[in-house]
Design a protein around this ligand. Structure first.
Ligand code: ADP
Ligand code: MG
Length: 462
């Protein structure tokens, strides 16, 4: 057995001890083959897209942690399908890649594993954006700096941006890929400034973190509007990286010229390469549904083509919404053990459509009730919850409220934003992500959510 195999067997034993028998058998037991070790990644061969997606989403981080406990060197696992291996082999002859001698910590943690070029379906609406993104990822030689991706909500900007990050890391584990949202940048900057006693240390950490990037990905830049100090700081960072020939990628919900930012920044953004992503046409929507289906169920061929067409025809505005509809349809059929037929698509769709058009007042009452529960739980006022204060306990309570509204009730980001005093959809998405990620790692967060849900249930019983 070679070294990588031994490592995998050792990690497997840890996984067996960590998860239930069922999870272990369904998920890890069958994985016995390693494709190769490349750039400090061990490539495990998995049998289908569904398993791959499941592991990447729920278990990969734990697997990498176990691996780190076994060796000094920084390494990680990657999952690969037989069909991907074929493509790899074809590509291989052309490129010789640097093998890392001193690997640095993997910074890809915040990149969603499934947001890769491979999983990005192209059509007329996004082909240009895809091509430029791939070009930038393939040669960080700054002919297009920054790459500026813009378009409406839910059309694939974050997906494409993260794909660039993955691509760069796949080819060089040493590359320092820093992904951040403009919102996170503002928070980091604010924290670096406000830790008075150790301000120089905090400021140095902040500087190091951002200035050491080989590739800086900044999502939803429009969030910087109105935040002058953060814009100043971002401008300095931008100049530094730019001068050092480091690649910068920015996404935004509008063209640079329409941003409400200082003109220096806007003009820097317009120097680069602006590309927009448009709304997908019917053909692309259907192709995306087919792709997403592979992640949702093991037997995508059981889903009728008419059902997919029906969903593609009815959800036209955003891909996020399209995906939500598909998920609802699939999960409903699975839960009630029904066929994936056109008829059932119509049924599940009709309930979604009802939600879409449901009485706005009813929604507001519901949100108001949940808000009260959350405020009570944290011992703060409802007003605090919608304030703009950045006090830690209020920020946390607000994040939790967002999480519950989104997770339990699927309220649209925009609606939640409006309700919380006109907050940007990206702010809301950020809050949601923080709690969603936090639940996995921090049992206190998990407990808070469980407690609040119990209170909401009780309230519903009354
Ligand atoms: P944005 O950042 O523009 O708001 P996202 O990148 O978050 O949008 O995309 C929303 C959802 O749609 C994600 O789940 C993403 O994977 C999916 N998506 C968007 N475009 C595509 C595409 N071309 N192929 C596959 N999935 C896509
Ligand atoms: Mg986004």
């Amino acid at each position: 057995m070679d070294n990588a195999e031994k490592l995998w067997q050792a990690v497997k034993e840890k996984l067996e001890a960590c998860y239930s028998k069922q999870v272990f058998e369904d998920t890890f037991q069958q994985i016995n083959k390693i494709y190769h070790v490349h750039n400090n990644y061990i490539y495990l061969i998995v049998s289908n897209q569904f398993i791959k997606y499941k592991i990447e989403k729920f278990y990969l981080e734990q697997m990498n942690q176990f691996l780190c406990e076994l060796i000094e060197e920084k390494m990680g696992f990657k999952l690969i399908l037989e069909e991907e291996i074929k493509q790899e082999e074809e590509k291989k002859s052309s490129v010789a890649l640097n093998v890392a001698d001193k690997p640095s910590p993997i910074r890809s943690r915040k990149l969603k594993p499934e947001y890769t070029f491979n999983n990005f379906v192209t059509g007329e609406a996004n082909r240009e954006a895809f091509t430029f993104a791939l070009q930038v990822a393939g040669s960080l030689h700054v002919t297009s700096n920054p790459l500026y991706l813009f378009g409406d909500v839910g059309l694939g900007k974050t997906h494409l941006m993260m794909s660039i990050g993955h691509y760069v890391l796949d080819n060089n584990i040493n590359a320092n890929v820093v992904y951040t949202t403009a919102q996170q940048f503002v928070e980091d900057f604010y924290n670096a400034k406000s830790k008075n006693q150790r301000s120089t240390e905090a400021a140095a950490q902040f500087n190091d973190y951002y200035r050491s990037a080989d590739l800086l990905l900044v999502d939803d830049i429009q969030f910087l509007s109105g935040k002058t100090a953060s814009q100043e700081e971002f401008f300095k960072l931008f100049e530094d990286l730019f001068e050092n020939n480091k690649q910068i990628v920015i996404t935004s919900d509008r063209p640079a010229s329409e941003l409400d930012l200082m003109s220096r920044l806007k003009s820097r953004f317009s120097w680069g390469l602006p590309v927009d992503i448009k709304k997908p046409n019917l053909e692309l929507r259907k192709a995306i549904l087919k792709k997403k289906l592979q992640f949702l169920i093991e037997t995508p061929e059981n889903v009728s083509d008419e059902a997919l067409s029906y969903i593609a025809e009815n959800f036209t505005e955003s891909i996020r919404e399209l995906e939500g509809a598909l998920r609802k349809f699939v999960y409903t059929c699975v839960a009630f053990n029904q066929e994936f037929s056109l008829e059932n698509a119509k049924l599940s769709l009709s309930s979604l459509n009802r939600e879409k058009t449901s009485d706005a007042e009813g929604n507001t009452v519901e949100i108001e009730r949940i808000k009260n529960v959350v405020a009570n739980y944290f011992n703060i006022t409802s007003k605090d919850l919608v304030s703009t204060s950045r006090k830690q306990n209020l920020v946390y309570a607000r994040d939790v409220l967002v999480y519950i509204l989104r997770n339990n009730y699927s309220f649209p980001l925009k609606k939640i934003g409006d309700f919380l005093g006109g907050k940007d959809h990206s702010t809301i998405a950020h809050s949601f992500d923080k709690i969603e990620n936090g639940i996995e790692k921090d049992s206190n967060i998990k407990q808070d959510i469980l407690n609040i849900n119990k209170k909401i249930e009780k309230m519903n019983d009354l």
